[in-house]
Design a protein around this ligand. Structure first.
Ligand SMILES: NC(=O)c1ccc[n+]([C@@H]2O[C@H](COP(=O)([O-])OP(=O)(O)OC[C@H]3O[C@@H](n4cnc5c(N)ncnc54)[C@H](OP(=O)(O)O)[C@@H]3O)[C@@H](O)[C@H]2O)c1
Length: 296
């Protein structure tokens, strides 16, 4: 059984030294891990080698350097392009795949790993590269719990390392959910910036007001989450009818200013459907039923 001091010295291999892979390898080096790196474009390893990383001459050389392999490349196709030819040297090692993808690609890769005797954790990074190695970085993992427990002290060098579930798909599913949230939030900011910009107000001046307003909305998540789980949507704050009137204002203001109405019209169309389904007197959380309906 490893104690934490031993685990802190676990040799780690990092495959993929893009913006994120470089940040991961850098954090591992700062935490004192013997770190072997490999990248298709070897020149990107320069700064890490200067910090003490060993640059492997081939993927095979990198994989055989230690028991723990972290992969962070563009997509799952690249993961398989790198690792598929290495079946025999992969056996018995633990692969932590921090590449972004879908839950389906994560589960398929878990099956691929099982056929090769590889212990597989699928991870997702909820952080930007500059946050890696700090408390602002959250990494979620799914797969076999004992593997996570064994390497948790090492994974904690990268940020707050969380375990989700034995289902390998859940970390990617969380990541795609969070990415969807991120784009909705950013699009709301861009709509507001376009509206204010048409009136001569700088987007940078809007940013602090947008931040405060977003913080208010974030505070509604837990209560709405409870209503969604319960399947009842009491309007404790505002009814969907009230929201609908506010949505119409956003459309009319955008029309008046000559900016796009695509996003506000889409948002209102969802609310219109929910109101026609009888949810006008319910809270905003009742819209979940629109999101649960398949678009195909
Ligand atoms: N950057 C972020 O803020 C962030 C946040 C969360 C998650 N992620 C995820 O982290 C992963 C990497 O992102 P990144 O920002 O590091 O991207 P990046 O800077 O574009 O780096 C991509 C990496 O993938 C490698 N690669 C791509 N195709 C390859 C192939 N066929 N064979 C071998 N290597 C290949 C690249 O090698 P070359 O250097 O040779 O091109 C490079 O090391 C992505 O899945 C991304 O979604 C990134």
């Amino acid at each position: 059984m490893k104690n934490q001091d031993d685990a802190n010295r676990t040799p780690v291999t990092v495959l993929g030294l893009g913006l994120m892979g470089q940040a991961l390898a850098g954090a591992l080096l700062r935490a004192g891990h013997p770190t072997t790196v490999w990248n298709r474009t070897a020149a990107k390893a320069g700064p890490l080698v200067a910090q003490g990383a060993r640059l492997a001459g081939s993927v095979r050389d990198a994989v055989t350097a230690g028991p723990l392999l972290i992969v962070c490349v563009s997509d799952y196709d690249a993961v398989h392009e790198l690792l598929d030819p290495l079946d025999e040297v992969l056996e018995g090692r633990t692969l932590v795949n921090l590449t972004s993808g879908t839950s389906r690609s994560a589960r398929e890769t878990a099956e691929w790993a099982a056929r090769r005797g590889v212990t597989y954790l699928d991870g997702s990074i909820m952080a930007v590269p500059e946050a890696i190695g700090t408390a602002d970085s959250v990494l979620v993992h799914s797969g076999p719990r004992p593997a996570f427990d064994l390497y948790e002290p090492t994974l904690r060098s990268l940020g707050a390392a969380m375990y989700l579930d034995a289902d390998h798909g859940l970390s990617s599913l969380h990541e795609t959910a969070v990415v969807g949230l991120m784009y909705s939030t950013l699009n709301g900011f861009l709509q507001g910036a376009a509206m204010l910009g048409a009136a001569g107000v700088n987007a940078e001046a809007f940013a602090p007001i947008a931040k405060t307003a977003t913080g208010m909305v974030v505070d509604w998540f837990a209560g709405y989450g409870r209503q969604i789980d319960d399947g009842t949507y009491p309007a404790l704050d505002a009814t969907l009818d009230t929201h609908l009137a506010a949505m119409e204002n956003v459309i009319h203001e955008s029309e008046f200013l000559g900016v796009s109405t695509d996003l506000p019209r889409f948002v209102k169309a969802l609310a219109d459907r929910s109101v026609s389904d009888g949810h006008g007197a319910d809270s905003y959380a009742a819209l979940i039923e629109q999101f649960r309906t398949s678009s195909s």
